[in-house]
Design a protein around this ligand. Structure first.
Ligand SMILES: [Zn+2]
Length: 354
C-alpha cells in the first residue's frame, strides 16, 4: 500500500483536509481536560511478529463513549429516543467478543451504562501499553439528512502517522460495511472540533495508535432505526475488526512527541451547542455558494465569509478541508500570504480524507 507515500504527499502538497465535531460525542468535557496536560508518552515501535493472525496477542482497549447520563442528558438522543451511549456499548461489546475469538486481549473502559472519566479511559490504554485504542461513538448534527462516517486521530498528522493509518483503515471499512462502499467519509484531527487541545480520550492515550470512530449519525431518522438493530451493530463491529486487521498487517512508524515538528494556532469553530442550531444547517449551501463566488475578484470577501462560516458550522464535514483550501487561495489573492500558508499547513495536518 502506498498509504505512507500518499500521506507524505498530502502533507507536502499543502493540500490536506479537516472536519466537524462530535457534536455529541461525549467528547464534551474535553475542553476542561485540556489544562490537565497530556498523558505520559508511550513512544516506540508498535511492531510485533507478522506471522499468523495479526490480531493474536494484541492488546486492544475498546472504549464505548459516554454512559450513565440518560437521566439528565437530553443531548445525545435520536429523534425516536435511541441514545448514543447505548449504541456505543452494544457495538463495543460485540467488538470485544469478536476480538477475543481472535485471541486478542481486550480491555473495556466500561461494560455497563455508567459514567467513566475521560482521563481514565485514555490512561487504560497507556497503562496497559495497548497496541491500539478504539473509542466507539455515534454522531449527531443539526441537519437530519447528514449521515456519513468520521474518524478522528489526535493532533498533527505528521507526528501521529500510526493513528492516521488506523483512522484510514477504519474509514475504509466503515464505508464498505455500512454504506455499501459509497458516499463521503472524513478522516480528521480532533483539533478540528476542539481547536485548543483536541479530545480528552485521545489526548490522554497519546502515544498509542488511537482513534475515535463515529460510524454514522443517530440524528438521521432511518439511521437511528438501523442502529437499534443488533445485526447492524454486529456489522459495524465486524468493520472495526477488519480495520484492525488491516492496520496490524502494515508496519507503522513511531508516534512522535506532540507539537515537536508543527504547532498551529487554533482555528476557532462554533461551540458544540451552536453546531446543533438551525443556522449551522447552511454549512453545505455556504460552501457551494462560496466556491461559486470565488471565481470573481469582486466577490472574494463574500466568498471568504461564506466558506469560513461553513467550516465553523461543520468543521469535520467532508467539504471542510476543501473549504479551508479555498479560503487559503482567497486569502492569498487578497495579499495575505503568511496567513494563507498557515491555513494550508492546517489542512495538511488535520484533514486527511476525502
Ligand atoms: Zn459520542
Amino acid at each position: 500500500m502506498n498509504l505512507l507515500k500518499a500521506l507524505m504527499m498530502t502533507i507536502l502538497c499543502a493540500f490536506p483536509i479537516m472536519n466537524q465535531s462530535d457534536a455529541q460525542d461525549g467528547l464534551a468535557g474535553d475542553a476542561q481536560l485540556a489544562a490537565a496536560g497530556s498523558a505520559s508518552q508511550h513512544l516506540g515501535p508498535q511492531e510485533k511478529p507478522q506471522a499468523g493472525d495479526p490480531l493474536d496477542g494484541r492488546v486492544i482497549v475498546v472504549d464505548p463513549g459516554h454512559g450513565g447520563t440518560a437521566e439528565y442528558d437530553d443531548f445525545r438522543v435520536g429523534p425516536a429516543g435511541e441514545r448514543e451511549e447505548w449504541i456505543n456499548l452494544r457495538v463495543a461489546l460485540k467488538l470485544r467478543e469478536m476480538l477475543q475469538k481472535r485471541n486478542a486481549k481486550v480491555i473495556m473502559t466500561r461494560t455497563e451504562d455508567v459514567e467513566v472519566e475521560l482521563a481514565e479511559r485514555g490512561q487504560l490504554a497507556v497503562g496497559n501499553e495497548a497496541d491500539a485504542f478504539i473509542s466507539v461513538h455515534h454522531n449527531a448534527t443539526a441537519d437530519p439528512e447528514v449521515n456519513f462516517p468520521i474518524v478522528y486521530f489526535h493532533g498533527n498528522a505528521s507526528e501521529n502517522q500510526a493513528s492516521v493509518m488506523l483512522a484510514r483503515a477504519m474509514a475504509d471499512r466503515m464505508k464498505q460495511y455500512l454504506f455499501e462502499g459509497t458516499g463521503p467519509v472524513s478522516v480528521v484531527s480532533d483539533h478540528t472540533i476542539f481547536p485548543a487541545a483536541g479530545t480528552g480520550v485521545l489526548r490522554n492515550s497519546y502515544g498509542i495508535p488511537g482513534v475515535i470512530v463515529e460510524a454514522s449519525f443517530f440524528t438521521h431518522p432511518e439511521e437511528e432505526q438501523r442502529l437499534r438493530d443488533p445485526d447492524y451493530n454486529r456489522l459495524e463491529a465486524e468493520a472495526y475488526v477488519m480495520a484492525l486487521e488491516d492496520f496490524f498487517f502494515q508496519r507503522h512508524p513511531d508516534i512522535l512527541e506532540k507539537y515537536s515538528t508543527v504547532q498551529l494556532p487554533p482555528f476557532e469553530v462554533f461551540q458544540e451547542a451552536e453546531r446543533m442550531e438551525p443556522a449551522a444547517k447552511r454549512w453545505k449551501e455556504d460552501y457551494l455558494e462560496g466556491m461559486r463566488l470565488m471565481d470573481s475578484d469582486a466577490d472574494l470577501e463574500k466568498a471568504l465569509e461564506l466558506l469560513t462560516r461553513s467550516v465553523r458550522s461543520f468543521p469535520d464535514s467532508w467539504v471542510a478541508g476543501q473549504a479551508h483550501a479555498a479560503r487559503a487561495e482567497i486569502i492569498e489573492r487578497l495579499g495575505r500570504k503568511e496567513e494563507a500558508e498557515t491555513i494550508r499547513r492546517r489542512v495538511a495536518e488535520f484533514y486527511i480524507v476525502p
